[in-house]
Design a protein around this ligand. Structure first.
Ligand code: FAD
Length: 415
């Protein structure tokens, strides 16, 4: 079917990618229906204990710019110019992310950005958000979406039209494609989990430098903290699930208290609610999802985490999902049929998403250990000097974060 012959598109999942995509498609004149299992975030509260804030960088900015929502997003963000590395002895030093003033990344709340994108999309003609609607697959006779109204339990079907599934790392649409032997999926769980905690502000002001991403690297594990506009920081502990220094060992308040006193005394001093939050906040799991077969004819396409969830250590999951959206728009100008478009999309994007999946895993090692190594610091300094002298030299980190014109796969291939 030609792109022009279709007026309506379904999106499954009104997360970051789904809501951005709704704006981009509506601006191209499509009628967009978005099915989201959660309640409307404009009226419901965010999930308790999940206040994820993320690093937004150039690839994400490209997608937001294309949708005309960059200013709206940036009004929620705080620039971070480098990593503030906190050592065991309480000393801290800033390692800059780039050599140019504009080479910063931006701390932004996932929930706030998502809500803002939904607000913008909902105002566009032709966009219809259906909240509280869980998609659980396709009807077997026809390629139509099967949905359940979460409030009433009513099962209903959505009209067959191209569907873009942005239903996240645990995608039900991906599972349906897998069941039909269209997608092959390899899920590789990380053996480290995470927990979010808070560093409150004092009189509404940040108690540490707000323009930095703070890291307490401890070799096998780490604590990080990103600033929020309300003067707080969201801190995240990344730690092995089991074994020495692990979540499994932190059972009682005494265990947690002793662990933070030993490993992160400077951060602990700033966390008056540590123990309460520790037991109230969930322990989240992480992993990488590799999928082959992102599409079914011209009917269904997986995009964002649904196709390629990655670990968060390069701060690229959302950035990559927004780049997916921008790339899909670019490719719509080059293709006349949905089947060809979806096929070409996977063909072009998968080498890149595989590359960032690998680089994100490697960056965990860099963040939790290498940043402490004098040899690593010497090399970084050398790179910085070289970059200042030679405009053609761009370090790998900068290529990923600040240079969306360089595909992830080229970054990874470079020596
Ligand atoms: C701790 C942590 C830190 C992170 N830090 C960063 C960072 O610094 N930078 C960065 O770029 N990325 C980061 N990420 C990754 C980022 O959050 C994801 O890559 C991004 O949210 C992916 O967007 P998405 O729209 O594909 O999926 P999601 O944002 O997960 O959205 C999926 C949506 O689909 C809905 N849904 C799910 N199942 C169904 C269903 N069956 N039917 C209907 N709706 C459904 C969900 O409710 C949700 O609204 C981080 C992730 C984590 C966990």
């Amino acid at each position: 079917m030609s792109l022009a012959a279709v007026s309506g598109i379904n999106i499954v999942g009104a997360g970051l990618a789904g809501s951005l995509l709704a704006i981009l498609l509506a601006k191209r004149g499509f009628k967009v229906t978005v099915y989201e299992r959660r309640a409307d975030p404009r009226v419901a509260n965010a999930e308790r204990g999940r206040s994820i804030n993320m690093a937004l960088a150039a690839r994400g900015i490209r997608g937001l710019t294309l949708a005309g929502v960059l200013d709206q997003a940036m009004s929620l963000a705080i620039p971070m110019r480098g990593r503030m590395v906190h050592e065991h002895d309480g000393s801290a030093g800033l390692q800059m992310y780039g050599v140019r003033p504009e080479e910063v990344i931006h701390s932004i709340s996932r929930a706030d950005l998502n809500r803002r994108l939904i607000e913008v999309a909902a105002q566009l003609p032709g966009v219809d958000f259906q909240f509280g609607q869980l998609c659980f697959g396709f009807a077997h006779d026809k390629d139509v979406l099967e949905l359940r109204d979460e409030a009433t339990g009513r099962i209903h079907h959505a009209a067959a039209q191209p569907t873009i599934a942005t239903d996240g790392a645990g995608s039900a649409v991906r599972a349906a494609l897998q069941e039909r032997e269209i997608a092959t999926v390899r899920e590789v769980p990380l053996d480290h989990d995470y927990k979010e905690l808070t560093i409150p502000g004092r009189d509404g002001k940040h108690v540490m430098d707000p323009n930095a991403l703070h890291i307490w690297p401890r070799g096998g594990f780490m604590l990080i903290a990103l600033p929020n506009p309300d003067g707080t920081f969201t801190a995240t502990l990344f730690l092995a699930r089991a074994g020495a220094n692990s979540f499994e060992q932190l059972r009682s308040g005494g265990d947690v208290d002793a662990f933070f006193s030993r490993e992160f005394p400077s951060a602990k001093a700033l966390m008056p609610d540590l123990l309460r939050e520790w037991f109230e906040h969930p322990q989240g799991s992480l992993g990488t999802v590799y999928t082959r077969g992102w599409h079914m004819n011209g009917d269904v396409l997986l995009l964002g985490d649904a196709a390629h969830a990655i670990v968060p250590f390069h701060g690229q999951g959302m950035n990559c999902a927004f780049e997916d959206c921008a790339e899909l728009m670019r490719m719509m100008d080059e293709h006349h049929g949905w089947a060809g478009l979806f096929e070409a999309f996977e063909h072009e994007r998968r080498p890149n998403t595989d590359a960032i999946a690998q680089m994100a895993l490697e960056n965990y090692q860099e963040m939790r250990a290498a940043v402490l190594d004098p040899e690593y610091r010497r090399k970084k300094k050398e790179e910085e000097e070289l970059e200042k002298k030679d405009p053609n030299f761009i370090p790998r980190y900068s290529q990923v974060m600040f240079h969306p014109e360089i595909p992830y796969s080229s970054v990874k291939r470079a020596p």
